[in-house]
Ligand binder design. Sequence first.
Ligand SMILES: Nc1nc2c(ncn2[C@@H]2O[C@H](COP(=O)(O)OP(=O)(O)OP(=O)(O)O)[C@@H](O)[C@H]2O)c(=O)[nH]1
Length: 364
Amino acid sequence: MSEQRQPSNDGMHRRTLVLFRVIEFAAAAYMLAFVFWDNWLLPGAWQQTLSWRVAGAFGFVLAGALSFIPSFTNRQAELGALSIWWGLFAMCQVFVLLPNGFIMGLPGVYMFGFAILVYSTSRRLLWANILGFLLWPTLALFQANPEPEVWIQYAVFLLCGASMLLILGDLLIRRLRKDSHYQAKLSHLAFTDGLTGVLNRRRFFQLLNQQLQNRSNPSMALLAIDIDHFKSINDRHGHLTGDVAIQTSATIIAAQLRPSDVIGRTGGEEFAVMLPQCSLDNAKAVAERIRQAIANTPLVLPKPSEGEVLHLTLSIGIAISHADDNSESLMHRADQQLYAAKHSGRNCVRYAESAHTETLFSET
Ligand SMILES: Nc1nc2c(ncn2[C@@H]2O[C@H](COP(=O)(O)OP(=O)(O)OP(=O)(O)O)[C@@H](O)[C@H]2O)c(=O)[nH]1
C-alpha cells in the first residue's frame, strides 16, 4: 500500500557519530596519559603496565577508526561497548601489576562502568555490558589473588556498581524508547493525511522528487485521480458523506497497488499514485483496475442518508516520466490527462502516447 517511510534522521546520526569518535580518541589519550601519571605517582611502575595501557588505547583507537568505515557506522553502540570492555580488561591487567592496584583501581572500574552506559542502547546490550563490567575485574582479582578482605571489599563495590548501572541503564533505555516512539508519532502525523491515512501532499511530492532524482530507476508512471462530481455528493448528502466517500476511495485505490507503489492525497477529492519502474501498458492496466474497482463498489451511505447507495466514479490521467522531469513537470502532464478525461465525459482513463498526443483509453 502507501509507503510511509520514516524521516531520515541524518543530522542526529552525524552528531552521534562525531560524539562517538571524540569519546573513543579521548579514552585512548587518557589511557596513554596515565602511563606518565603512574610514573610520577609510582616511579618505575609504568614500565610494567605500559603494554596493557598501549593495548587499551589501541582498542579505543580501533573502535574510533572502524566508525569511519560505512558498514560499521550504524553499529556504534556495539563497537563502543566492545571497546569499553577491552579498555576495562586492559585496565584490570594494569591493576594486577600495580602495588595496591585494586584499591587504586576502583574509581577507574566505576568510570568504565559509567562509560558503558553510553553504549547501552538496548536491554540486550545493557546486560552484556554489565556482564563485562563484572567479569573482567573478577578475573583480574583471581589473577592477583589478594587478601580475603580485599576480595570482599571489591566484590561489594562491584555488585553495588552493577546494580546501580542496571537501574540507570534501564532508565536511559526507557527514555530512549519514549523519545523514538514520540519521534515516530510526530513524523507519522507530519506525513499522513488525517482523513484517509495515506501520505499527505507534501510528503507525496517529497518522495516523488526523490524517486525522480534516482537516475538508476527506469521510467515511472504517475496517476492523477479525481472523484467525479464530488461537489454534488457534498451538496446532496452533506460533508460527512463526502468525507466517507474520500476515505472509501483511498482504501479501494490503495488495495489495487503493489507494496512499492505510493498513494497520496494531493487535494480535497484528488489523489496521486506513483508507480515506480512501470511501463505505460502496466500503468494503463493499474489505472483501469482502480477505475473499475471504484465503479463496481457501491457506497452505502451513513446517517442521515442511511440506506441509500452511492455509485462513485473516477477520472484518471497517466503520465510517464522523462529523464529531465521533476515532480511539477510530471504532475503537470498527469493533470493535463486528468482534465482531458473529465472533458471526455469522466469515469475514464487518459494518457499521453508521447508528449504531443493523448488517447482515450476506457470509457463506460
Ligand atoms: N466532504 C469533503 N469535501 C471536500 C473536501 N475537500 C474538498 N471538498 C469539496 O470537494 C468539491 C470539489 O468540487 P469540484 O472541484 O468542483 O469538482 P467536482 O464536483 O468533483 O467536479 P469534477 O471534478 O469536474 O467531476 C468541493 O465542493 C469541495 O468543497 C473534504 O475533505 N471533504
